[in-house]
Design a protein around this ligand. Structure first.
Ligand code: ACO
Length: 325
């Protein structure tokens, strides 16, 4: 086992300035504030401005994370960016961010695991750090889902929003500064048989178009509650912990009912759960780091706290990460 740990040095987030409320949405789609709030807990979502791209949101969040960490961009030697809405088919949006931040060394690439993207990216970056291949990593989740929504499909367009969040990880000796702190474990899963429950009906190799998000909401809901509760149990078991040991659960913000059901299964009280879905909607790979940044920023998450993150998304993919702040 490696004697190196990834310490979380800082986090940051960015939301586009335009907030779109349910009532505004109900002027163009056959829906209502009441229906959306009751089924999802969402009250508004942020929408990127014309010409504002995933890389723009990512750069803002990354800049804020670096500032919070007190680390110069020039000291970053790895960027892992989770997104399903890259600026272009290639190159990776991570390389756009790298150039804009003035970083000239190390590796930069995207990870695509839809709503689980941030957990996947965190696991990848953590493993690079533990293997001694990176010293300081930027892990970013950034999305402009508004660009792949069918705004005439009320079953999906009311659920998602745009945003970005980022974490800075730094290598530290696990018997030194990082004793008991940093990323403790990550757990990833996928089951590609469920492709048809959540996908985008386009892509460079199939239709040569970008396509729109398609979803069987009930199917996603059913699997989400089961898979998330299971991966949280797996994470607790791997660390010899119980749910009572967790200071904060930072779940993927897809739907308040999924979060409540998962929490109920685990016996976690609601005051230990960071909730942003009401104001952000589902920002896919950005949702966990956005929620983390909010809870760190307002002082809820303190140094030494045990923070459990989890997510599930298209594929299906799902996973969890445990970190001591
Ligand atoms: N406004 C009003 N009515 C609507 C809307 C809307 N926005 N969307 C659907 N309806 C209607 C349907 O047309 C249907 O009407 P009908 O009975 O006349 O046919 C009725 O509401 C019920 O539709 P269902 O799809 O069965 O509604 P359900 O209770 O399953 O709720 C929802 C839908 C909210 C999407 C739910 O299934 C869900 O939350 N699923 C999880 C999906 C999710 O979170 N996906 C995010 C990506 S994956 C992830 O991040 C985990």
């Amino acid at each position: 086992m490696s004697d190196i740990r990834s310490l979380v040095r800082g986090c940051g987030a960015y939301l586009p300035s335009r907030a779109l409320s349910n009532s505004e949405l109900a002027q163009s789609v056959d829906t209502s504030d009441e229906w959306i709030v009751e089924r999802t807990g969402i009250r508004q979502r942020h929408i990127a401005a014309e010409g504002e791209m995933t890389s723009d949101l990512a750069c803002m969040a990354a800049g804020r994370a670096l500032e919070a960490a007190g680390i110069d961009a020039g000291d970053i030697d790895l960027i892992v960016l989770a997104t399903s809405t890259p600026d272009q088919t290639f190159p990776a949006t991570a390389t756009v961010v790298q150039a804009r931040l003035g970083i000239r060394q190390g590796a930069a690439f995207d990870v695509q695991a839809v709503c689980s993207g941030f957990i996947y990216a965190l696991a990848v970056a953590d493993n690079f750090v533990k293997a001694g291949q990176a010293k300081r990593a930027l892990v970013i989740g950034a999305e402009t889902f508004s660009r792949i929504l069918d705004w005439e499909d009320r079953g999906t367009c009311v659920l998602f929003g745009d945003g970005a969040g980022a974490l800075v990880l730094e290598a530290a000796k696990s018997n030194g500064a990082a004793a008991n702190r940093g990323v403790l474990s990550t757990h990833l899963h996928a089951d590609g048989r469920h492709h048809d429950a959540l996908y985008v009906d386009g892509g460079p190799s199939s239709t040569r178009t970008t396509g729109y998000l398609r979803m069987n909401g009930r199917e996603v809901f059913r699997h989400a509650v089961t898979n998330l509760a299971r991966v949280v149990d797996e994470t607790l078991d791997a660390n010899g912990l119980t749910a009572a040991d967790i200071d904060w659960l930072v779940p993927h913000q897809a739907n308040k009912r999924i979060i409540d059901s998962t929490a109920r299964k685990l016996g976690l009280s609601s005051d230990k759960i960071v909730l942003t879905v009401d104001r952000h909607g589902n920002t896919s790979a950005a949702s966990v780091p956005l929620a983390l940044s909010e809870a760190v920023g307002d002082g809820r998450i303190q140094e030494g706290d045990l923070v459990l993150m989890e997510a599930m998304g298209g594929g299906f993919t799902w996973g969890a990460a445990l970190a001591r702040w």
